[in-house]
Design a protein around this ligand. Structure first.
Ligand SMILES: *Cc1c(COP(=O)(O)O)cnc(C)c1O
Length: 500
């Protein structure tokens, strides 16, 4: 029996895992959810003897039931290889009473690599299984991290092309350089004269454009999405929570079955939802601690039961968490409403129309394992500085939000449960804010100078990802107006005659 996936807003839609991965979103434009969360069928002791790749198979086989063993193992081998700078893939570092699960050892030094290095392989396997003959064109709008991770994942993957749009003046210089130096004949990068919202709206319009869909199909292309609501990104994220638990058990730091807590710096709610799914599968997790920056819509939600996006959008030093609509929260709402798509659809309608919805007391009761809190900009910087001075370990800004919230939780709850903090980016990716936090006298230095200084200070080797872009050739020069986005896509694909 295959595990099927339903739309969160329409109980009549049911597809297989490979179909859900291939489409990304259901036809009504909403998310796919597994109809049940499967239970782990390996013991914790067995898991404690597994490599990352073996753990990945033990978890993913339970969700992607229409993949053969060989198909899934091939995807896993192709994803978690020497692209990661350590054979452990996701190592644990202990500092000041917490375990940092370092999810930034992949090619683009942020945790998006954990899922985006496997998604391309899951997608082409899904295309083959469903006898899709078209080439898959991945369209992505990015505010920085996702674009590069998707480019790196899809570069030179046969049967795919990827086109990334970013706001020309809206990403950090390092992020831009990472994207415009991307190699791979199937990659395209475009700076738009507009902001991230305009890039995202432009991409959504292309997905919804039926005429464009037909034009592309006539030339053998179809669009798909690599963004964080594809179930093919969510499931691979469950793996590292299981792996982290198993490593702690293997080291003897916890007993078999002992509960741990997990802290996750949260934006779109994908990463923490994966931790929740891991708990539902039977992994002994007690508290799921959701850490926000000053865009603390989730903190308020856990406090009050009301999700209210009507507020000012803040730009912070943890930009990947600057989000007011956490898309993946819908999957949790659906679940705590008792897998009720009607009830969920009603909430989401309120969110679209009024910017607010409020869940029932019974649903709030289902959230008792979650704890939400947030860190101000000042607290985030302070946390980086203090941990560095105490232990020498340097956090990036996103992970520092989580570390600050962890301290608040410990102080409030007096809970000494062993705790894993998801460390979502290398400090080298946000060097400027990190070095400013350690000592403002670093301000005013250039990006690569700062990276050199960080290498000395933290006593860790400069990641290849930074070393590379220092001298890399700029390969992508295209810029366009917002209104020209679909013309650019057609031009890249050779659909409208005038080839590049
Ligand atoms: C994307 C991202 C996050 C937020 O993860 P979500 O799954 O969207 O909650 C946190 N930190 C970093 C560095 C990220 O790139």
């Amino acid at each position: 029996m295959n595990l099927m996936y339903a739309s969160t807003r329409d109980a009549n839609v049911k597809v297989t895992a490979s179909q859900a991965i291939l489409k990304g979103l259901s036809d009504d434009g909403v998310l796919f959810v597994p109809l049940q969360i499967p239970a782990l069928d390996s013991s914790l002791k067995e898991l404690s003897q597994m490599t990352y790749q073996e753990t990945a198979y033990a978890v993913m086989k339970l969700f992607f039931t229409d993949f053969t063993e060989q198909e899934l193992k091939d995807c896993i081998q192709a994803a978690y290889d020497s692209k990661f700078d350590t054979p452990e893939i996701a190592p644990l570092a202990e500092a000041d009473g917490a375990y940092y699960l370092e999810l930034f050892h992949g090619p683009t030094i942020a945790f998006k690599d954990m899922a985006l290095s496997i998604l391309p392989h899951l997608m082409i396997t899904s295309a083959r299984k469903n006898e899709v003959r078209n080439e898959i064109v991945i369209l992505t709008a990015t505010s920085g991290d996702t674009g590069k991770a998707a480019l790196a994942g899809f570069a030179d993957v046969k049967g795919t092309k990827i086109i990334v749009f970013y706001p020309k003046n809206g990403v950090s210089p390092i992020q831009e350089k990472q994207m415009v130096t991307q190699k791979g004949a199937n990659t395209h990068v475009v700076g738009i004269h507009g902001n991230f919202d305009q890039a995202q709206t432009g991409v959504k319009q292309m997905f919804a454009d039926k005429a464009l869909e037909q034009e592309l199909a006539a030339c053998g292309y179809q669009f798909s999405s690599a963004n964080s609501i594809n179930i093919g990104r969510l499931v691979p994220q469950i793996v590292y929570y299981v792996y982290a638990y198993a490593r702690l058990l293997a080291k003897g730091d916890i007993q078999d079955g002992e509960n741990i807590n997990v802290v996750v710096p949260t934006g779109n709610f994908g990463n923490i939802l994966a931790a929740y799914y891991a708990k539902q599968m039977g992994l002994p997790i007690a508290k799921l601690i959701c850490a926000s920056n000053e865009n603390k819509v989730l903190y308020d939600f856990f406090q009050t039961g009301a999700y209210n996006k009507n507020r000012t959008f803040m730009l912070t030093s943890s930009p990947s968490m600057d989000i007011l609509i956490s898309s993946n929260l819908e999957r949790l709402i659906y679940r705590i409403a008792g897998n009720d798509s009607k009830q969920n659809a009603a909430f989401m309608k309120q969110l679209t129309e009024d910017g607010i919805y409020e869940i029932s007391d019974a649903m709030r009761e289902e959230l008792k394992d979650f704890y939400g809190n947030y860190a101000s900009e000042e607290e985030t910087a302070q946390t980086i500085k203090e941990l560095y001075e105490k232990t020498g370990y340097v956090l990036d800004t996103h992970t520092a939000v989580a570390a600050s919230v962890f301290q608040k939780y410990r102080a409030a709850a007096n809970d000494q449960t062993k705790t894993v903090i998801a460390s979502t980016a290398s400090p080298f990716k946000f060097t400027r804010s990190v070095m400013h936090a350690v000592d403002p006298s670093y301000d005013g230095r250039g990006d690569f100078e700062l990276a050199d200084a960080l290498e000395q200070l933290a006593n860790v080797k400069m990641p290849q990802a930074i070393e590379e872009i220092r001298t890399a050739e700029i390969l992508h020069h295209t810029e366009c107006e917002v209104a020209e986005m679909s013309d650019i896509v057609k031009k890249f694909l050779g659909v409208s005659g005038h080839l590049e």
